[in-house]
Design a protein around this ligand. Structure first.
Ligand code: GDP
Length: 296
């Protein structure tokens, strides 16, 4: 189910109820059930869906609603607030400062969209006046440095990497040191992924983190990850304590409910979403506007 279908389904559940002639508690429960089913089918974590159900019930208190109130407005607001709560961890992400070196390290599984998103984020900061560069510490995947080089060249962003050095920790440290000396303000470090979360990946991530001491670590999650997102994001959080999430491929066939659930599992804010393969296909994420847009 794509994201817009999820929005449409939730919207029509609310509208069907508020337009129906019998706006009674049974119909209200039916609406909550339909919203819950839509969220579960979109891979939102089941525990989260159950807490959303409770939250809407408590906020509306259907039995106690006085006859004269605008039930439609109250129900719509309760649904909106509960959906915002799913994507809002009430944590403020790190905000890079001009005039100092802000190191941002990317982590995630292979194919999640790290390399693409590194360049998108670099361009985003560059367009906002930061002196920005990229470091490729992915020595695991053949061709990773070439890919970053091509992306960076297209976006006119200085980059660092090595075709001969096989230790990613050395590449990361050397690149970050070089760019710090040159007074770069945003230094984005791309790291390698693996097909699965595994010991070797986690220890490499920790070693790079210790070497470059990032101000922010960003976890990149593919929107199609599904119900596996909770366990995966927890495992990455334990290993690399990331402070921000970027969800990629929100333009694809998956509604992204699993990836969205990683927010609650790790209490970490989504900062951007990827909306396509191109450099400019990235949007800043804000819980309220995301839900507004979802519900059209
Ligand atoms: P990495 O292995 O994590 O570095 O992943 P890559 O950056 O190489 O991305 C894997 C694939 O996903 C590439 O074909 C990208 O073009 C594609 N990709 C990344 N982000 C997005 C996105 O937001 N939307 C779409 N449609 N494709 C994306």
């Amino acid at each position: 189910m794509v994201l817009s279908d999820l929005g449409r389904r939730i919207n029509s559940a609310v509208n069907d109820l508020t337009r129906s002639a019998t706006l009674d508690e049974k119909a209200f429960d039916g609406m909550i059930k339909e919203i819950s089913n839509a969220l579960v089918e979109a891979d939102v974590n089941i525990k989260l869906v159950s807490s959303l159900r409770k939250q809407i019930k408590t906020a509306v208190k259907f039995n106690e609603l006085p006859a004269h109130v605008n039930k439609k407005r109250i129900i719509q607001k309760a649904v909106f607030d509960a959906l915002v709560d799913i994507v809002n961890p009430h944590q403020t992400p790190y905000n890079p400062k001009k005039g100092k070196s802000n190191v941002i390290m990317f982590v995630g599984l292979q194919g999640a969209g790290k390399t693409t998103t590194c360049t998108k984020l670099a361009r985003w900061y560059q367009a906002r006046g930061f002196k920005t560069c990229l470091v490729c510490a992915d020595t695991f995947r053949a061709g990773a440095f070439d890919q970053l080089k091509q992306n960076a060249t297209k976006a006119k962003i200085p980059y660092y990497g090595s075709l001969t050095q096989t230790d990613p920790v050395v590449v990361a440290r050397d690149g970050v040191e070089k760019f710090k000396k040159e007074k770069f303000e945003i230094i984005i470090v791309d790291t390698s992924g693996r097909h699965h979360q595994e010991e070797a990946l986690f220890s490499e991530m920790q070693d790079i983190q210790a070497a470059v001491k990032p101000q922010q670590t960003v976890m990149v999650l593919d929107a199609s990850i599904g119900q596996a997102a909770e366990a995966q994001s927890r495992a990455f959080k334990d290993a690399a304590d990331f402070g921000a999430i970027i969800i990629t491929k929100t333009d694809g066939a998956a509604a992204g409910g699993g990836a969205i659930s990683a927010v609650a599992a790790t209490h970490t804010p989504i900062v951007f979403i990827g909306t396509g393969e191109h450099l400019l296909d990235m949007e800043k994420f804000n819980p309220e506007s995301f839900v507004s847009k979802l519900l059209g």
